[in-house]
Design a protein around this ligand. Structure first.
Ligand code: GLN
Ligand code: ZN
Length: 757
């Protein structure tokens, strides 16, 4: 090693930062609305950092990630670090306001885009690089956190998004070349940073390079070698730890092994240990072995993990134990859940529990298996309990699924379905509809809070929700929409609503996980075989249908989306779990049909989200995703119309799958992608009906009649009138009733105008 840093033995790659009680969320939102000043916000942030570090050291980690705190996002923090904020915010004098303007925009400037962090549900801010972007180092944040940590006596290891990943995730604007072409220049800023950190006496620095496990760059290995050779040769620097995660490190591992970096982190949950055997050069490095799953909530098999670690010790200089990735993706602690049964509780490990596992494993390597025999016994007992729990093996569900799959989960031919549905529904050309939700009114929020606090009983809650449904139906009748919806007032969340009613799911009370900025979600835990003890939506939909002669669409969430937004089982293939959820949805569609509902929408907004990171895995995923959707929608008669809704515009990779879903009607985001979607669908052989969104619900702007009519006329060039639907591009729940009323009035007017020719 060119440095004198001592190898560490136990760490995690990063941790949650929003606060155990979402303290940071509250403080940041108050700061945005001017209810607290910067000093108050900074004090909340400093307390959170201090408590986080103190608990990690107390638990026994000997290297603690710092600079993993963020007011909004770590990629945006990196953009600040390397001087790559967009020029449109440069004029904002206050650095924090400038930062938040880049993240969220303000009256004068548009925000940067946001997109998913690899295949997680965390969203990062996408840096924009112009032809004239020139990088420059601003280490204020990382040095500030280091100073705090040092004052607290923390063995601090700054964590920074690595240069290759930073550029791979950035976006070129104003005609700039692909961001990655600026790697050489950016690496010099990182070299400068290394020198600054060395001056501060930093022993280890972690560069996160998850992009190296993906196919995003085609010469990732070569870039890794060049980058880390250059950074390795910086004369005075901390020891470098290159962390990779979310997949198996293959050729980039061989490349990194040839560079002078002191440590390499690999994800042994998503990847395997096999590749290491092929890398003899690893002998002089610290291998940071991610054996504890950082992004799912299951307790680790300590005996198995220890065996892996002991085996690894043979092929490298030293092994440190770690989580597979940052625990940003799991809730803080199982202790915050009062209502879990003892068995389920024993199967789980959230952020704090994972730290304990890491520390135990490190002790197991250092002192031998006997030193942690109690921990191993508890882990073995939990695994045995999970294996034998009847909730994980519902033979009735399993038999029904194989029977349906054997008999072929198919509907009749699409043209026969179209005729049967037209005879039944008698819809006009260019039918108008909406995607499902209507604005979340204050009355809805108050009712939910009242129910939770016990101020009202279930019957009163139902009464208030019915009143909301009646309002929404009346509004749609007045507007003259053709296919109505009930508005989804009873749904806190389109996944949690179903998870709360299905067997096999546990909905946490405090299991918040950061989704983006100050926003958190509470993914349900899908732990067992899924079964539907009772209908979940029928009463609401039939109530709505009783108020109108127009058809009301039943509204369900599809199996892939339910999986994507839950913590899923790790003891069986994801496809098997998807089929179980699909069966429950299928039963619901059949019940809706029996109750007289003629149109049912099964939303799959997350179809693209679960797409694997490596090309070679994509086809298999899309196959089971399509099969699960078909399983969930093929139980109904040909005369029942199945809709689906997809909400992204970037869908080239899943276009074939969208056609294969074979929904009768597909509504899809298109307001911002100008109908290109339709040409792509045609090219993929799609010949069912389609509703390209003609009203961008992500913006408060009300589209005009002529504007919508123009979109429709353009759409008609690609799709004939009998296959074209008219709808917004997503649910309306985030908008106000006034905006929605006016926009939908314009939408209905535009449809009649275009129908009239
Ligand atoms: N039916 C849901 C709604 O309208 C769909 C939401 C989504 O696409 N994310 O809210
Ligand atoms: Zn949507």
């Amino acid at each position: 090693m060119s440095t004198t840093a001592v190898p560490f033995t136990a760490t995690i790659l990063g941790s949650p930062r929003i606060g155990p009680k979402r303290e940071l969320k509250r403080a940041v939102e108050k700061y945005w609305s001017g209810r607290i000043d910067r000093a108050a916000l900074e004090s909340v942030a400093a307390t959170l950092r201090r408590d986080t570090w103190a608990s990690l050291v107390a638990a026994g980690l000997d290297s603690v990630p710092v600079n993993t705190f963020s007011y909004y996002d770590q990629v945006l923090d990196t953009a600040v670090l390397v001087g790559a904020l967009p020029t449109r915010v440069h004029g904002i004098a206050d650095d924090l306001d400038r930062y938040f303007a880049a993240a969220r925009g303000n009256e004068d400037v548009a925000p940067l885009e946001m997109t998913k962090w690899f295949d997680t549900n965390y969203h990062y801010i996408v840096p924009e690089l112009r032809p004239d972007t020139s990088f420059s180092l601003d280490p204020t944040k990382v040095l500030g956190e280091l100073e705090e940590a040092r004052a607290q006596g923390i063995p601090a290891r700054p964590v920074i998004v690595g240069p290759i990943t930073f550029l791979a995730l950035s976006k070129a604007v104003d005609g700039a070349d692909a961001p990655i072409t600026q790697l050489g220049e950016l690496v010099e800023v990182y070299a400068e940073l290394l020198a600054v950190l060395a001056d501060e006496g930093v022993g280890w620095v972690q560069f996160d390079e998850p992009v190296l496990v993906t196919d995003i760059l085609d010469n990732a290995a070569e870039l890794a070698e060049r980058t880390y050779n250059r950074l390795g040769e910086v004369a005075k620097r901390p020891a470098i730890f290159v962390a990779t995660y979310f997949g198996e490190l293959t050729d980039a591992l061989t490349a990194l092994a040839r560079t002078p970096v002191e440590a390499i982190g690999i994800d042994l949950v998503a990847g395997s240990a096999g590749a290491l055997a092929a890398v003899p050069q690893l002998k002089d490095k610290l291998l940071v072995a991610g054996v504890v799953d950082g992004r799912n909530i299951w307790r680790t098999d300590l005996a198995g993990a220890l065996e892996t670690l002991v085996r690894l010790r043979g092929s490298t200089a030293a092994v440190a134990v770690s989580t597979s990735c940052s625990t940003l993706h799991v809730p803080y602690t199982v202790d915050a859940e009062p209502d879990i049964d003892a068995a389920l509780r024993s199967w789980l490990a959230f952020g704090a529990e994972k730290v304990t596992e890491v520390v135990a494993l490190a002790r197991g390597i250092g002192e031998g298996r006997d030193a942690i025999s109690a921990e191993i016994a508890a882990s073995d007992a939990a695994i045995a309990s999970r294996k034998s729990d009847p909730r994980l093996n519902n033979s009735q569900v399993r038999e029904r699924i194989s029977a349906i799959i054997t008999s072929g989960a198919r509907r009749g031919p699409a043209d026969l379905r179209r005729t049967a549905q037209q005879d039944r529904l008698k819809l006009p050309a260019l039918p108008t509809t909406t995607i499902g939700s209507y604005p979340q009114t204050t009355a809805i929020r108050v009712a939910r809070a009242d129910l939770r606090a016990g101020r009202i009983d279930a019957a009163e809650y139902v009464r208030r929700m019915r009143a909301e449904i009646a309002d929404v139906i009346e509004l749609q009748e007045k507007l003259g929409l053709d296919v109505l919806v009930h508005g989804e007032p009873e749904r806190n969340d389109m996944v949690q609503y179903f998870a709360e009613q299905l067997d096999g799911f546990f909905a946490t009370q405090n299991g918040w996980v950061q989704s983006y900025g100050s926003r958190c979600v509470r993914p349900p835990i899908l732990y067992g075989d899924v079964a539907r003890p009772h209908p979940m939506t029928v009463e609401w939909i039939t109530y709505a249908q009783s108020l109108t002669d127009k058809p009301v669409k039943g509204m369900l969430t599809g199996p892939v989306t339910i999986l994507a937004w839950s913590f899923v089982r790790d003891d069986q293939p994801l496809a098997d779990t998807a089929f179980q959820v699909a069966l429950a949805i299928r039963d619901e569609t059949v019940d809706l049909q029996s109750a007289g509902i003629a149109i049912i929408q099964v939303d799959e907004p997350a179809l693209r989200e679960l797409l694997p990171l490596r090309s070679e895995d994509k086809a298999a995923y899309l196959r089971w995703a399509v099969d699960a959707f078909r399983l969930s929608t093929s139980g109904v008669a040909d005369s029942t119309q199945i809709h689906t809704h997809l909400c992204y515009s970037e869908f080239s990779e899943v276009i074939g799958a969208i056609a294969d879903l074979d929904a009768d009607v597909t509504s899809i985001e298109a307001a911002r992608s100008h109908m290109e979607v339709l040409g792509d669908l045609n090219a993929a052989g799609f010949s069912n009906s389609v509703g390209p969104g003609v009203y961008d619900i992500h913006s408060p702007r009300v589209p005009g009649v002529e504007e919508i009519a123009t979109s429709l006329r353009e759409a008609l060039k690609a799709v004939p009138a009998e296959r074209l639907w008219v709808n917004p591009d997503c649910g309306l729940k985030t908008r106000t009733t006034d905006e929605v009323t006016e926009s939908l009035r314009h939408l209905v007017d535009a449809a009649s105008k275009v129908r009239a020719g």
